[in-house]
Design a protein around this ligand. Sequence first.
Ligand SMILES: [Zn+2]
Ligand SMILES: [Zn+2]
Length: 306
Amino acid sequence: MEGSLEVLESQHSIAMFRTLDTAGPLASSLPPTLVWGGRMNGNPGEVFHGIGSVPVLKKGDKYPYFKKVETFLQRFGYLDRAQHPSQGVLTEEVSDALERYQKLHALSVTGEFDEETRAQMTTSRCGMADPGSSLTYVTVCPWDRTNLTFSFTSGTSDVLGDEEFGAVRNAFETWALSTPLTFTEVSAGSNPDIAVGWHPTIAYDHDMTGDVVAHSDNPPDCSILDFGPPQPLHFDNGEQYWAIGEEPGAYDVESVALHEIGHLIGLDHSSNPAAVMFSQLNPNSIRRSLWPDDLIGALTLYPFQP
Ligand SMILES: [Zn+2]
Ligand SMILES: [Zn+2]
């Protein structure tokens, strides 16, 4: 862990970067090869603002602001909000939830709120909930066909011209090249299967406040947001800054799109830190290639016909 976790900047984030250079397909079993970077945000409006300042806690420990951690675990599907309301106590149930979180993120499984877990929770992440536990890819459900359409509804002024659209097209192409899926761009009025756009942080279908950089949904048969067609691929155009490629403090559009399209075709989060479907990503980094874990997951949903 890096040493700056106690530092809460008033406005700007301190970005440090996870290096995945040495991570192979079995990266989840090789945590020592990863250098983690916690991205600390001090924006007052953040849902998870404050997790970085919660001290290390063991089972049975109490701390008022530990409620922030409990809320995080509830939001991302590790803890049932109704059964375990936040109390600021690291109970047995919370410890179990922490274990599931640690397992899925290839951390040491301690069931405690330790430094490693705190750093992971303060790293930028995708807004979709994580599955209970799995060591590789996770599938939800496929579309009932492989010829899908998409359209753009809005862009971002963070990048020059229409380059953000090109980056999203590249991401669709990357999935199409390795699977039986095709993605055809159509006009917004042509009832697309997927609508791509940059939205305010708090929009009608999802609240991306905090370290959530983008969100999407699963195929219609296993839709989570359930707003009906088209399925969303929405980027946070409020709190986040977008770029084409690596840029300090900004997210690479193509890398984020590649991940969200994975959800849109029916994949959930993988625990493999090298996979596109790993839930966390960092600014100033690129992850534009599918990992075997991602591909096998996609081909399980959409096998090539002989
Ligand atoms: Zn995700
Ligand atoms: Zn949305």
